[in-house]
Design a protein around this ligand. Sequence first.
Ligand SMILES: [Zn+2]
Length: 175
Amino acid sequence: MKNPNTKLFSFCPGCGKERLIPDGIKSFSCRACDFKFYLNTAAAGIALIFNPDRKLLVTRRKNEPARDTLDLPGGFIEPDETAEQGLIREVKEELNLDVDDLTYFCSVPNRYLYRTVLYSVTDLVFICRVADLTPLTPADDVSQAFFADVATIDPNEFGLHSPRVVIEKLIKQNR
Ligand SMILES: [Zn+2]
């Protein structure tokens, strides 16, 4: 993928001079002081929440990027959070649900374009057990939430790469 970040950063965070040159997709070097600036991957969580009928909780995105397309609950892990804590927080914020238990499922490398900056993201996917689904209320950056039979979900309705990959994986497993 073309890297739009290469022209975004030119001032060195080390010496402040406008001598930052991209090395490749993930780092920049300062020609003045030898500082190396890395664009490291950010961690994010994705929640797979099934109801007692084994239907999957799917959401619709309220905001850009990929506004109005289908999505899965989750979001970026904040500094000093574990992936589990971050995902529990996001599920509470987006859906008002309390996650009782998490089981690691898989991870997906992703690129996330926010306005002009392309972020590298590592999405960590967990199966989240929620004992009480009655408080379910879409909020935050989620406009709609519903349960769907995995076999009937069209992965192409998911606007972002990672949830689409996860849905494809679930469909394959279900066969
Ligand atoms: Zn410098």
